[in-house]
Design a protein around this ligand. Structure first.
Ligand SMILES: NC(=O)C1=CN([C@@H]2O[C@H](COP(=O)(O)OP(=O)(O)OC[C@H]3O[C@@H](n4cnc5c(N)ncnc54)[C@H](O)[C@@H]3O)[C@@H](O)[C@H]2O)C=CC1
Ligand SMILES: O=C(CO)COP(=O)(O)O
Length: 323
């Protein structure tokens, strides 16, 4: 397959490596010219995935127009840049959305952003528990591949499958997107618990109650419960809430140690999507009538409106209720 990858951060690069390993002709678009040069000249993505020697079959470009002949495009830019970049493309090829977030200002999921920017392109979502480094190293990984058009989704799942990369098909696009967006916010919360030394009971409680929030919000937006309990929801929630390999978790650790969000986010080259998703998730949840006290707490911490002690007291003193 002639595959295009839009975005050469850690995840786009890892996905390019998986695809090239299976023999696909892979062209990856990078935002930074130095990334284009490093991939083409030295077969390495020095800023974002330095430890992985890349397949020589991966070619890089800084020109979005060069992607016009691609049969399918993996869209792996950070969520807040996705609409602007897709709007400049010239293609009706299927778009496989891999960013995890909600657009600030519009409160749109990535599938809505993509449909508005490229109305002629069929849309699929690839999401799940996938640390880029592990995927690039060929460690076993399973993902959700969601598409409303079952025939297309099944075809894409078969084209992307590799011996160590296993897509599970779903037709619940919204469910797959909500899991990935919400888990990043919950991972920040779990990082806070770690950084503040609040213990493993608290972390397990947050994963469990965070899943309740993800489910409430997802059901309100039309997601299916089984998708939220699958790889793209609970699976990814467990991964990122349990490991300092997660950028969102490690951002939370800094907050838990009392550092201000502004300091932690300044000059950061890699993206912690939960920091952008938390405020817009709070707005979207309010609009949908879904109670999300943990997401509220993360948004307040990030905005500097409350400190760790205050948000923990707030969460623990809520009225007792049925589970
Ligand atoms: N890294 C991972 O393990 C995984 C990441 N994802 C998701 O993939 C998406 C991309 O994340 P990563 O590849 O990890 O990014 P990264 O943190 O490795 O790199 C940052 C990316 O942002 C791009 N960027 C910075 N400023 C930009 C601008 N003004 N316009 C366009 N692009 C710009 C950079 O070129 C680079 O591709 C995110 O939504 C993330 O949640 C999903 C699964 C796994
Ligand atoms: O989405 C991811 C794993 O599935 C990556 O998580 P972080 O962005 O928190 O590193």
């Amino acid at each position: 397959m002639r595959l295009g990858v839009i975005g050469a951060g850690a995840w786009g690069t890892a996905l390019a490596q998986v695809a090239a390993g299976g023999g696909d002709d892979v062209l990856i678009w990078a935002y930074e010219p130095e990334v284009v040069d490093a991939i083409n000249a030295a077969h390495v993505n020095t800023p974002y995935l330095p430890e992985v020697p890349l397949s020589p079959g991966i070619r890089a470009t800084g020109d979005l127009a060069a992607l016009a002949d691609r049969e399918a495009l993996l869209v792996v830019t950070p969520a807040q840049h996705l609409g602007r970049i897709l709007a400049t493309l010239d293609t009706d090829a299927p778009l496989i959305l891999c960013a995890k977030g909600i657009e600030a200002g519009t409160r749109r999921l990535m599938s809505d952003v993509a449909a508005a920017a490229r109305p002629g392109s069929p849309i699929a979502v690839l999401s799940g528990p996938t640390f880029a480094r592990e995927v690039a190293a060929g460690l076993p990984t399973a993902v959700t591949l969601a598409c409303a058009d079952e025939a297309l989704g099944q075809r894409l799942a078969h084209r992307l499958a590799r011996p160590t990369f296993r897509p599970y098909f779903s037709d619940d696009v919204v469910g797959a997107e909500i899991g990935g967006a919400v888990k990043n916010v919950m991972a920040i919360a779990c990082g806070v618990v770690e950084g503040a030394g609040l213990g493993q009971n608290a972390r397990a409680a947050l994963i469990s109650r965070g899943f309740a929030e993800m489910t409430r919000f997802g059901l309100a937006l039309g997601a299916r419960a089984e998708t939220l309990a699958g790889l793209s929801g609970l699976g990814d929630l467990v991964l990122t809430c349990s490991s300092a390999s997660s950028r969102n978790f490690s951002l939370g650790m800094g907050l838990g140690q009392g550092k201000p969000a502004t300091e932690l986010l300044a000059d950061r080259r890699t993206v912690a999507e939960g920091a952008f998703t938390a405020p817009v998730l709070v707005e979207a949840a309010r609009e949908a009538g879904a109670d999300m006290p943990i997401a509220d707490a993360v948004a307040d911490l990030l905005a500097g409106k409350a400190d760790v002690r205050a948000v923990i007291d707030r969460l623990m003193s809520r009225p007792l209720k049925r589970e």
